[in-house]
Design a protein around this ligand. Structure first.
Ligand code: GDP
Ligand code: IMO
Ligand code: MG
Length: 423
């Protein structure tokens, strides 16, 4: 059987967690392939709200297997807290949550290094979630990292010490004022590592390829969004992994020809948390309304998300880089009540009109060109079928489909599992 991918097409927080949860009953296995606890995937059902960080969003469905792939970075401390938070649901973590031995470990000193590096950058900071993501992937590509499988080695503590000592000297190099108690952080880390060992470690590429041969279905769950991709995002204001479709192949050990559908998730408008260029950002009341109606606060850091109009030029780029086959439009309900909606269809770039995402998209180089579309004023949150949606919203969707040349298959009208309209 094949693998389907589910990816965020903007700067993250598109609503991936909600949709994975909605789709899980159709799949045997849900697998995370990159990122780590910088992610915050929200699921809502039966009046309860959950935010998952490293655990795949299929975990609430009793029959699904959830895999953390080799491309993910795991912080044992955050991870064990996440598990504790789910204890009330009596989830079988040992048999249903499997972790790749090749996934890299986030050490306490990776988190400290992240903070030191950001502090040293001053105004040029990335706006990182400070979860140690960048330093951990640096150690991975620098071939110094520790992996989940290393926990099973006799000299794990010694390997840990060597790396942590190196990190300490790197923290000093940044020469910033930072207070921390490393022995305390290490005690917490080793306690969490001990707990982590109660879970099942696997060779996930072997497991997944065997599952495919046995006819099982897999949904790969992306974290972050395409514009935060280390290669294709708004570098250097990106995360440190490949968030795009190719990342699912390297982050799970699945060959490209096994990939079937690519589901691209996007908000009906655009948000971004952290620093970096954002051509359609609004600094006015319209942006503030999107933020308050859409409750645009980061699920991990609580930071306010920046808001703006839908950017179809950037979305088209993401559709192409990922090979998106179906679009899922989220948070349509948040746009209700605006008389006119704007959609960016071109940019003015260094005085010329262009319809692609150029190398420099900073405000001094790029200005969005908008088309206006009539808005709608209806409460969508109780609607259950496509026919019920206002004509203007259907026209908005049609406009997007025409521009991107990919069908919108799902329209989300609220955070709950049930507020999902299949077209
Ligand atoms: P993820 O990181 O892509 O999983 O997205 P987040 O969970 O970080 O952010 C999406 C936020 O929007 C969460 O608070 C969701 O509960 C919420 N959400 C998802 N879909 C909808 C929707 O259709 N309408 C509204 N109003 N909220 C939604
Ligand atoms: P989910 O999976 C939104 C952003 C950070 C920062 C940049 C780098 O919930 O969509 P990092 O901690 O990775 O070094 O931060 O990336 N960022 C996200 N923004 N959603 C996320 O994940 C994000 N993960 C990282 O705000 O700008
Ligand atoms: Mg999120």
């Amino acid at each position: 059987m094949a693998v389907d991918l589910l990816l965020g097409l903007q700067w993250g927080d598109e609503g991936k967690g909600k949709i994975v949860d909605v789709l899980t009953s159709k799949y045997d296995i849900i697998a995370r392939f990159q990122g780590g606890p910088n992610a915050g995937h929200t699921l809502e059902f039966d009046g309860i709200k959950h935010v998952l960080r490293t655990i795949p969003s299929g975990i609430f469905h009793k029959d699904s297997i959830n895999i953390i792939g080799n491309g993910v970075v795991i912080d044992p401390v955050v991870f064990m807290k996440e598990i504790e938070g789910l204890e009330q649901f009596k989830i079988d973590f040992v048999n249903r949550l499997l972790i790749s031995r090749k996934a890299h470990l986030i050490l306490p000193t990776h988190r400290l290094l992240d903070a030191a590096s950001e502090a040293a950058k001053g105004k040029a900071k990335i706006g990182s979630t400070l979860k140690g993501i960048g330093p951990t992937y640096m150690d991975k590509t620098g071939r110094n990292g520790l992996r989940v499988g290393d926990i099973e080695l006799e000299d794990f503590e010694q390997r840990y010490r060597t790396l942590a000592d190196k990190h300490e000297s790197m923290i000093q190099f940044h020469d910033v004022d930072m207070q921390y108690n490393l022995p305390e952080l290490e005690e917490e880390f080793f306690q969490a590592v001990k707990e982590l060992q109660k879970l099942t470690f696997i060779d996930s590429e072997e497991y997944l390829n065997r599952a495919l041969k046995e006819g099982k279905t897999i949904l790969a769950e992306g974290a972050q969004g395409s514009l935060l991709d280390i290669d294709f995002g708004t570098y250097p204001f990106v995360t440190s992994s490949n968030t795009t479709a190719a990342g699912a192949c390297t982050g799970l050990g699945i060959a490209p020809n096994r990939v079937q559908e690519v589901f691209g998730i996007f908000k009906a408008y655009t948000t971004r948390v952290g620093s970096g260029p954002f051509p359609t950002e609004l600094h006015d009341e319209v942006g503030a309304t999107m933020a308050s109606v859409g409750r645009e606060f980061g699920s991990v850091t609580g930071r306010a998300r920046r808001c703006g109009w839908l950017d179809l030029v950037a979305l088209k780029y993401a559709v192409e880089v990922n090979g998106v086959t179906e679009l899922y439009m989220m948070k349509a309900d948040v746009l209700s009540g605006f008389e006119t909606l704007k959609v960016c269809t071109k940019y003015t770039y260094k005085g010329e009109t262009i319809n692609y995402l150029p190398y420099n998209i900073e405000p001094e180089n790029v200005e969005p060109i908008y088309e206006e579309i009539k808005g709608w004023n209806a409460d969508l949150t109780g609607m259950t079928s496509y026919d019920q949606l206002p004509t203007e919203l259907k026209a908005y969707i049609q406009f997007i489909e025409n521009y991107l040349d990919v069908p919108v298959k799902v329209v989300s009208v609220g955070p709950d599992r049930k507020q999902t309209i299949i077209k």
